[in-house]
Design a protein around this ligand. Structure first.
Ligand code: CAA
Length: 283
Protein backbone atom coordinates (compact mmCIF):
# COMPACT_ATOMS: atom_id res chain seq x y z
CA UNK A 1 0.00 0.00 0.00
CA UNK A 2 1.73 3.17 -1.21
CA UNK A 3 1.14 6.22 0.98
CA UNK A 4 2.44 9.56 -0.29
CA UNK A 5 -0.29 12.09 0.51
CA UNK A 6 -1.54 12.76 4.02
CA UNK A 7 -4.52 14.82 5.18
CA UNK A 8 -4.38 16.22 8.71
CA UNK A 9 -7.69 17.42 10.15
CA UNK A 10 -7.22 19.98 12.93
CA UNK A 11 -4.36 22.49 13.09
CA UNK A 12 -4.04 22.70 16.88
CA UNK A 13 -1.18 21.56 19.13
CA UNK A 14 -1.18 17.97 17.82
CA UNK A 15 -2.22 18.64 14.21
CA UNK A 16 0.58 21.08 13.52
CA UNK A 17 3.18 18.74 15.04
CA UNK A 18 1.84 15.87 12.92
CA UNK A 19 1.99 17.98 9.73
CA UNK A 20 5.56 18.97 10.70
CA UNK A 21 6.89 15.40 11.03
CA UNK A 22 5.12 14.10 7.91
CA UNK A 23 6.37 16.97 5.73
CA UNK A 24 9.94 16.47 6.97
CA UNK A 25 9.67 12.74 6.20
CA UNK A 26 8.81 13.54 2.56
CA UNK A 27 5.01 13.21 2.53
CA UNK A 28 2.71 15.75 0.83
CA UNK A 29 0.51 17.15 3.58
CA UNK A 30 -2.82 18.96 3.43
CA UNK A 31 -3.69 20.55 6.76
CA UNK A 32 -7.30 21.58 7.31
CA UNK A 33 -9.15 23.40 10.07
CA UNK A 34 -12.44 25.30 10.38
CA UNK A 35 -10.56 28.33 11.66
CA UNK A 36 -8.37 30.33 9.28
CA UNK A 37 -6.32 31.83 12.13
CA UNK A 38 -5.52 28.31 13.39
CA UNK A 39 -4.09 27.43 9.97
CA UNK A 40 -2.01 30.62 9.79
CA UNK A 41 -0.71 30.07 13.33
CA UNK A 42 0.08 26.43 12.60
CA UNK A 43 2.23 27.28 9.56
CA UNK A 44 4.11 29.93 11.56
CA UNK A 45 4.66 27.47 14.41
CA UNK A 46 5.83 24.66 12.10
CA UNK A 47 8.26 27.11 10.49
CA UNK A 48 9.59 28.13 13.91
CA UNK A 49 9.87 24.58 15.20
CA UNK A 50 11.70 23.29 12.08
CA UNK A 51 13.96 26.35 12.26
CA UNK A 52 14.81 25.28 15.82
CA UNK A 53 15.90 21.92 14.39
CA UNK A 54 17.96 23.72 11.69
CA UNK A 55 19.69 25.83 14.35
CA UNK A 56 20.60 22.68 16.29
CA UNK A 57 22.01 21.04 13.13
CA UNK A 58 19.33 18.32 13.06
CA UNK A 59 17.73 19.42 9.76
CA UNK A 60 19.35 21.20 6.79
CA UNK A 61 18.01 24.53 5.50
CA UNK A 62 17.22 22.80 2.15
CA UNK A 63 15.23 20.05 3.87
CA UNK A 64 13.34 22.69 5.83
CA UNK A 65 12.44 24.59 2.63
CA UNK A 66 11.37 21.34 0.94
CA UNK A 67 9.25 20.32 3.95
CA UNK A 68 7.52 23.70 4.14
CA UNK A 69 6.74 23.54 0.40
CA UNK A 70 5.07 20.14 0.92
CA UNK A 71 2.46 21.54 3.34
CA UNK A 72 -0.76 23.02 1.92
CA UNK A 73 -3.62 24.39 4.00
CA UNK A 74 -7.34 24.54 3.31
CA UNK A 75 -10.55 25.47 5.08
CA UNK A 76 -12.42 22.92 2.95
CA UNK A 77 -12.51 19.52 4.66
CA UNK A 78 -13.45 17.74 1.40
CA UNK A 79 -10.05 18.67 -0.09
CA UNK A 80 -8.26 16.18 2.17
CA UNK A 81 -10.63 13.39 1.04
CA UNK A 82 -8.44 12.16 -1.87
CA UNK A 83 -5.33 11.69 0.33
CA UNK A 84 -3.92 8.17 0.83
CA UNK A 85 -3.98 8.59 4.61
CA UNK A 86 -6.13 10.87 6.77
CA UNK A 87 -5.27 11.68 10.38
CA UNK A 88 -8.04 13.28 12.41
CA UNK A 89 -6.52 15.46 15.14
CA UNK A 90 -9.52 17.61 16.06
CA UNK A 91 -10.94 18.41 19.50
CA UNK A 92 -11.12 15.41 21.85
CA UNK A 93 -14.92 15.12 21.63
CA UNK A 94 -16.51 12.06 20.10
CA UNK A 95 -19.36 13.96 18.40
CA UNK A 96 -16.88 16.32 16.70
CA UNK A 97 -14.73 13.42 15.48
CA UNK A 98 -17.75 11.46 14.22
CA UNK A 99 -19.06 14.47 12.31
CA UNK A 100 -15.67 14.94 10.61
CA UNK A 101 -15.51 11.31 9.47
CA UNK A 102 -19.13 11.43 8.25
CA UNK A 103 -18.44 14.61 6.23
CA UNK A 104 -15.30 13.07 4.74
CA UNK A 105 -16.90 9.79 3.57
CA UNK A 106 -18.23 10.97 0.16
CA UNK A 107 -14.81 12.39 -0.77
CA UNK A 108 -12.55 9.44 0.05
CA UNK A 109 -10.68 7.24 -2.42
CA UNK A 110 -11.44 3.52 -2.03
CA UNK A 111 -7.93 2.84 -0.68
CA UNK A 112 -7.82 5.78 1.80
CA UNK A 113 -6.84 4.79 5.35
CA UNK A 114 -8.66 6.69 8.09
CA UNK A 115 -6.99 7.25 11.45
CA UNK A 116 -7.72 9.20 14.60
CA UNK A 117 -5.16 10.78 16.92
CA UNK A 118 -7.62 10.34 19.79
CA UNK A 119 -5.95 9.86 23.15
CA UNK A 120 -8.74 7.78 24.63
CA UNK A 121 -11.94 7.41 22.57
CA UNK A 122 -12.92 3.96 21.26
CA UNK A 123 -11.45 3.32 17.81
CA UNK A 124 -13.96 0.55 17.21
CA UNK A 125 -16.88 2.90 17.86
CA UNK A 126 -15.46 5.68 15.64
CA UNK A 127 -14.73 3.14 12.89
CA UNK A 128 -18.24 1.69 13.02
CA UNK A 129 -19.67 5.02 11.83
CA UNK A 130 -17.58 4.95 8.62
CA UNK A 131 -17.81 2.90 5.41
CA UNK A 132 -14.39 1.26 6.06
CA UNK A 133 -13.89 -0.05 9.60
CA UNK A 134 -11.23 -2.44 8.21
CA UNK A 135 -9.18 0.56 7.03
CA UNK A 136 -9.58 2.50 10.26
CA UNK A 137 -7.25 2.58 13.25
CA UNK A 138 -5.87 4.70 16.08
CA UNK A 139 -2.70 6.71 15.40
CA UNK A 140 -1.78 8.44 18.64
CA UNK A 141 1.14 10.87 18.74
CA UNK A 142 2.69 12.29 21.90
CA UNK A 143 3.21 15.99 22.59
CA UNK A 144 5.50 17.65 21.47
CA UNK A 145 5.16 15.54 18.33
CA UNK A 146 8.51 16.45 16.71
CA UNK A 147 10.38 15.50 19.90
CA UNK A 148 8.61 12.43 21.27
CA UNK A 149 9.79 9.12 19.85
CA UNK A 150 6.64 7.08 20.48
CA UNK A 151 3.49 6.64 18.42
CA UNK A 152 0.72 4.35 19.67
CA UNK A 153 -0.98 2.27 16.98
CA UNK A 154 -4.39 1.08 18.10
CA UNK A 155 -6.16 -1.80 16.44
CA UNK A 156 -9.95 -1.52 16.23
CA UNK A 157 -11.89 -4.77 16.31
CA UNK A 158 -12.25 -4.68 12.49
CA UNK A 159 -8.83 -3.25 11.46
CA UNK A 160 -7.33 -5.51 8.78
CA UNK A 161 -3.72 -6.73 8.67
CA UNK A 162 -2.88 -4.77 5.49
CA UNK A 163 -3.84 -1.46 7.16
CA UNK A 164 -2.04 -2.41 10.36
CA UNK A 165 1.18 -3.27 8.46
CA UNK A 166 0.95 -0.13 6.30
CA UNK A 167 0.74 2.08 9.39
CA UNK A 168 3.70 0.37 11.04
CA UNK A 169 5.68 1.15 7.84
CA UNK A 170 4.57 4.81 8.03
CA UNK A 171 5.82 5.05 11.64
CA UNK A 172 9.18 3.60 10.57
CA UNK A 173 9.42 6.13 7.72
CA UNK A 174 8.78 8.94 10.24
CA UNK A 175 11.78 7.63 12.21
CA UNK A 176 9.57 6.97 15.23
CA UNK A 177 8.81 3.83 17.25
CA UNK A 178 5.36 2.23 17.36
CA UNK A 179 3.73 0.70 20.43
CA UNK A 180 0.89 -1.64 19.45
CA UNK A 181 -2.21 -1.36 21.58
CA UNK A 182 -5.59 -3.05 21.63
CA UNK A 183 -8.67 -0.86 21.70
CA UNK A 184 -9.48 -0.39 25.40
CA UNK A 185 -10.11 2.94 27.17
CA UNK A 186 -7.10 5.31 26.89
CA UNK A 187 -4.95 2.55 25.33
CA UNK A 188 -1.46 2.22 26.92
CA UNK A 189 0.20 5.61 27.55
CA UNK A 190 -2.79 7.42 29.00
CA UNK A 191 -4.05 4.35 30.88
CA UNK A 192 -0.86 4.64 32.94
CA UNK A 193 0.05 8.34 32.70
CA UNK A 194 -3.34 9.90 33.54
CA UNK A 195 -3.98 8.00 36.79
CA UNK A 196 -0.48 9.16 37.84
CA UNK A 197 -1.34 12.78 37.04
CA UNK A 198 -4.73 12.41 38.76
CA UNK A 199 -2.99 10.97 41.83
CA UNK A 200 -0.62 13.96 41.85
CA UNK A 201 -3.69 16.25 41.89
CA UNK A 202 -5.13 14.21 44.81
CA UNK A 203 -1.77 14.58 46.58
CA UNK A 204 -2.14 18.36 46.22
CA UNK A 205 -5.88 18.30 47.11
CA UNK A 206 -5.24 16.36 50.31
CA UNK A 207 -2.43 18.74 51.31
CA UNK A 208 0.27 16.09 51.25
CA UNK A 209 2.58 18.36 49.27
CA UNK A 210 2.70 21.70 47.45
CA UNK A 211 2.76 22.06 43.65
CA UNK A 212 6.52 22.62 43.86
CA UNK A 213 7.26 19.69 46.15
CA UNK A 214 5.09 17.28 44.16
CA UNK A 215 6.75 18.22 40.87
CA UNK A 216 10.26 18.23 42.31
CA UNK A 217 9.67 14.83 43.89
CA UNK A 218 8.93 13.20 40.56
CA UNK A 219 11.58 15.14 38.65
CA UNK A 220 14.42 14.57 41.07
CA UNK A 221 13.16 11.39 42.70
CA UNK A 222 11.99 9.48 39.65
CA UNK A 223 13.88 11.23 36.83
CA UNK A 224 10.75 12.43 35.03
CA UNK A 225 11.56 15.29 32.61
CA UNK A 226 8.59 17.27 33.94
CA UNK A 227 6.70 17.03 37.22
CA UNK A 228 3.13 15.61 36.92
CA UNK A 229 1.41 18.95 37.59
CA UNK A 230 3.65 20.79 35.12
CA UNK A 231 2.93 18.01 32.62
CA UNK A 232 -0.82 18.31 33.26
CA UNK A 233 -0.59 22.05 32.47
CA UNK A 234 1.37 21.17 29.31
CA UNK A 235 -1.19 18.58 28.12
CA UNK A 236 -4.22 20.69 29.14
CA UNK A 237 -6.30 20.07 32.26
CA UNK A 238 -9.47 19.69 30.17
CA UNK A 239 -7.79 16.88 28.19
CA UNK A 240 -6.60 15.22 31.42
CA UNK A 241 -10.12 15.38 32.86
CA UNK A 242 -11.70 14.07 29.64
CA UNK A 243 -9.33 11.08 29.64
CA UNK A 244 -9.99 10.34 33.34
CA UNK A 245 -13.72 10.37 32.55
CA UNK A 246 -13.20 7.91 29.68
CA UNK A 247 -11.26 5.61 32.05
CA UNK A 248 -13.83 5.98 34.83
CA UNK A 249 -16.82 5.36 32.56
CA UNK A 250 -15.18 2.74 30.36
CA UNK A 251 -13.61 0.61 33.09
CA UNK A 252 -16.23 1.30 35.79
CA UNK A 253 -13.66 1.34 38.56
CA UNK A 254 -13.57 4.01 41.28
CA UNK A 255 -9.76 4.03 41.15
CA UNK A 256 -10.15 6.21 38.05
CA UNK A 257 -12.39 8.81 39.77
CA UNK A 258 -11.21 12.27 38.60
CA UNK A 259 -9.91 14.36 41.50
CA UNK A 260 -12.49 17.05 42.43
CA UNK A 261 -9.70 19.64 42.32
CA UNK A 262 -8.99 18.77 38.68
CA UNK A 263 -12.69 19.21 37.89
CA UNK A 264 -12.75 22.53 39.74
CA UNK A 265 -9.78 23.91 37.78
CA UNK A 266 -11.42 22.94 34.50
CA UNK A 267 -14.71 24.54 35.60
CA UNK A 268 -12.75 27.72 36.40
CA UNK A 269 -11.30 27.72 32.88
CA UNK A 270 -7.81 27.16 34.33
CA UNK A 271 -6.74 24.70 31.67
CA UNK A 272 -2.97 25.03 31.94
CA UNK A 273 -0.51 26.68 29.58
CA UNK A 274 -3.05 27.31 26.84
CA UNK A 275 -5.12 29.59 29.11
CA UNK A 276 -2.05 30.95 30.91
CA UNK A 277 -3.23 29.46 34.18
CA UNK A 278 -3.36 25.98 35.65
CA UNK A 279 -1.37 24.59 38.55
CA UNK A 280 1.15 27.28 37.58
CA UNK A 281 0.52 30.90 36.63
CA UNK A 282 1.97 31.73 33.19
CA UNK A 283 0.65 35.33 33.01
N1 CAA B 1 9.45 21.13 17.85
C1 CAA B 1 10.72 20.80 17.61
N2 CAA B 1 11.64 20.62 18.58
C2 CAA B 1 11.25 20.87 19.84
C3 CAA B 1 9.93 21.22 20.17
C4 CAA B 1 9.02 21.35 19.13
N3 CAA B 1 7.73 21.66 19.35
N4 CAA B 1 9.86 21.37 21.53
C5 CAA B 1 11.08 21.09 22.02
N5 CAA B 1 11.92 20.79 21.00
C6 CAA B 1 13.31 20.34 21.09
C7 CAA B 1 14.27 21.42 21.50
O1 CAA B 1 14.72 22.14 20.40
C8 CAA B 1 15.39 20.62 22.15
O2 CAA B 1 16.20 20.04 21.12
P1 CAA B 1 17.72 19.50 21.40
O3 CAA B 1 17.57 18.22 22.16
O4 CAA B 1 18.26 19.29 20.04
O5 CAA B 1 18.41 20.57 22.18
C9 CAA B 1 14.65 19.48 22.83
O6 CAA B 1 13.39 19.37 22.14
C10 CAA B 1 14.41 19.76 24.28
O7 CAA B 1 13.70 21.00 24.40
P2 CAA B 1 14.08 22.17 25.41
O8 CAA B 1 15.56 22.20 25.61
O9 CAA B 1 13.39 23.41 24.94
O10 CAA B 1 13.35 21.82 26.75
P3 CAA B 1 13.45 20.58 27.68
O11 CAA B 1 14.78 19.94 27.69
O12 CAA B 1 12.87 21.07 28.94
O13 CAA B 1 12.43 19.52 27.02
C11 CAA B 1 10.33 18.56 26.64
C12 CAA B 1 11.13 19.85 26.75
C13 CAA B 1 10.83 17.73 25.44
C14 CAA B 1 8.89 18.94 26.43
C15 CAA B 1 10.56 17.72 27.97
O14 CAA B 1 10.28 18.52 29.09
C16 CAA B 1 9.71 16.48 28.03
O15 CAA B 1 10.04 15.46 27.46
N6 CAA B 1 8.58 16.56 28.78
C17 CAA B 1 7.63 15.47 28.90
C18 CAA B 1 6.75 15.46 27.70
C19 CAA B 1 5.76 14.34 27.75
O16 CAA B 1 5.67 13.56 28.69
N7 CAA B 1 4.96 14.26 26.68
C20 CAA B 1 3.90 13.29 26.59
C21 CAA B 1 2.64 13.91 27.09
S1 CAA B 1 1.35 12.75 27.06
C22 CAA B 1 0.75 12.84 25.52
O17 CAA B 1 1.14 13.60 24.67
C23 CAA B 1 -0.33 11.89 25.27
C24 CAA B 1 -1.69 12.42 25.46
O18 CAA B 1 -2.57 11.94 24.76
C25 CAA B 1 -2.06 13.41 26.47
Amino acid sequence: MDISSVGVVGAGQMGNGIAHVFALAGYHVILTDVNEAALTNAIALIDRNIERQVTRGKVSAEDKAAAMSRIKTTLVLAEVGPCDLIIEAATERETVKQAIFEDLLPHLKPHTILTSNTSSISITRLASRTDRPEKFMGFHFMNPVPVMQLVELIRGIATDQETWDAMHAVVRKLGKTAASAEDFPAFIVNRILMPMINEAVYTLYEGVGSVKSIDESLKLGANHPMGPLELADFIGLDTCLAIMNVLHDGLADTKYRPCPLLTKYVEAGWLGRKTQRGFYDYR
